[in-house]
Ligand binder design. Structure first.
Ligand code: COA
Length: 390
């Protein structure tokens, strides 16, 4: 690959409400350390009925679109498993909300939490074929398992948006990647369900198995030595999951390097620990967390990425840190989103959880007046979602 292609900009959005995981644990008669340490989560985003995959994507992407790249974006790849229509793509709503040109090719991608990575790789190939183009890739989801279920402490939600371009400012994507797919039932959501069905223990085992397979396969394909990786970032349905996968390969490297990978992992889970699961966006929130929080990342260092989507598909690939990458990250906006949130007491969270817009043909008004996000859903009228911006 002669031209460098990769991630040029990164945007992130999560709604402003959260629950404290220690309080949630007490309300569920669990030891708080089960959620804080055993699951590895401190706070969990609560998604109001005025936000869905489209509005969260718009709030994230709005941070990284300006007059410079608006005309260059010619493709939107919208990864989600929280689709709002069985036919029309979420990407079309997004094109309209962001005022992107009508010439932008726009589609939605689905393969559980893997779909944003599919978008990143398809975008890379698109830019290799059209060097002047830029691609907007989205991962936006609401992770819902239900109150009082084992999955409840692994909920959350939000959106990641990246621009893939030539000569990227943040990370270039190395040639090659390793995939593994298998038709398994570890997590799925039939059309009649609003909450996922999951065999949690089985999905956690499969995740580790897929990581080991794709990591080994990638090493075989590219001769990559594990010691060449400064860090490995993971899809984080809950942050302990990534730690378990990382531990599974630490015996393949020196103690010094293993400790370095563990140190970098701690930086890479800081943001996810505060938000919970984003499904498609989780890997890229973890990447953002590493890029912003790590003190030892330098240009030229390699970061491995493991993407996993239940059902299941895994992919391992490698990126290279670009010079002055921190200048391309909008750190004040990300910090503000995470630091200016409001805590909900458990009964209020339960009420908000139950107040989702019903999947019926009746008109509905959301609680949008309480939501100060730029893009929001005001409700449904004549069987059409009413998207607004302020
Ligand atoms: N202090 C510290 N750790 C504690 C603890 C305490 N007081 N009590 C329990 N733990 C640990 C357990 O040892 C376990 O750690 P381990 O996984 O390293 O063995 C962890 O907390 C979770 O406990 P467990 O009893 O296994 O939880 P659970 O049966 O309630 O379910 C999940 C956990 C993750 C399976 C469940 O939340 C789930 O189904 N989530 C959705 C599926 C998912 O995210 N899958 C990931 C792949 S995409």
């Amino acid at each position: 690959m002669n031209v460098k292609v990769g991630i040029d900009r990164i945007g992130f959005y999560t709604p402003k409400w959260y629950v404290d995981m220690a309080k949630l644990a007490r309300a569920r008669n669990e030891d708080p350390n089960k959620y804080l340490i055993g699951i590895g989560q401190r706070k969990q985003a609560v998604i109001p009925n005025s936000q869905d995959a489209v509005t969260m994507a718009a709030n994230a992407a709005d941070q990284i679109i300006d007059d410079d790249n608006r005309q260059k974006i010619d493709l939107i790849l919208f990864g989600t498993e929280s689709g709002i229509d069985n036919s029309k793509s979420a990407a079309i709503y997004l094109q309209h909300l962001l005022k992107l040109p009508n010439t932008v090719q726009s589609v939605e991608l689905k393969q559980a939490c893997y779909a944003m990575t599919a978008g990143v790789q398809l975008a890379k190939d698109h830019v290799l074929a059209h060097a002047d183009s830029q691609v907007l890739v989205i991962g936006a989801d609401i992770a819902r398992y239900g109150l009082h279920t084992p999955g409840e402490p692994t909920q959350g939600g939000g959106a990641m948006a990246v621009i893939i371009s030539a000569n990227p400012a943040i990370l270039s994507i190395e040639e090659g990647s390793a995939h593994y797919v298998a038709d398994i039932m570890d997590f799925w959501r039939p059309l009649y369900e609003t909450q996922a069905l999951v065999d949690g223990k089985y999905s956690s085992q499969q995740y580790i198995d897929f990581f080991q397979r794709t990591f080994t396969q990638y090493q075989k394909q590219t001769n990559l030595k594990i010691s060449e990786l400064q860090a490995i970032v993971f899809h984080l349905p809950y942050t302990k999951m990534g730690l378990k996968a990382l531990r599974a390969i630490l015996s393949k490297t020196s103690e010094i390097h293993a400790n370095q990978l563990l140190r970098e992992f701690e930086y890479s889970r800081m943001f996810n620990r505060e938000v919970g699961n984003l499904y498609t966006g989780s890997l890229y929130l973890s990447l953002l967390s590493l890029l912003i929080n790590s003190e030892s990342l330098n240009a030229g260092q390699k970061i491995g990425l493991f993407s996993y989507g239940s059902g299941a598909e895994g992919e391992f690939y490698v990126t290279t840190v670009q010079p002055n990458f921190k200048d391309a990250l909008n750190i004040p906006i990300i910090t503000k989103i995470l630091s200016q949130r409001e805590e909900l007491e458990i009964p209020v969270y339960e009420k908000m959880f139950a107040s989702q817009m019903p999947l019926t043909n009746t008109d509905f008004e959301t609680d949008y007046q309480a939501d100060d996000a730029k893009f929001y859903l005001s409700g449904q009228k004549n069987q059409q979602r009413q998207y607004r911006s302020r």
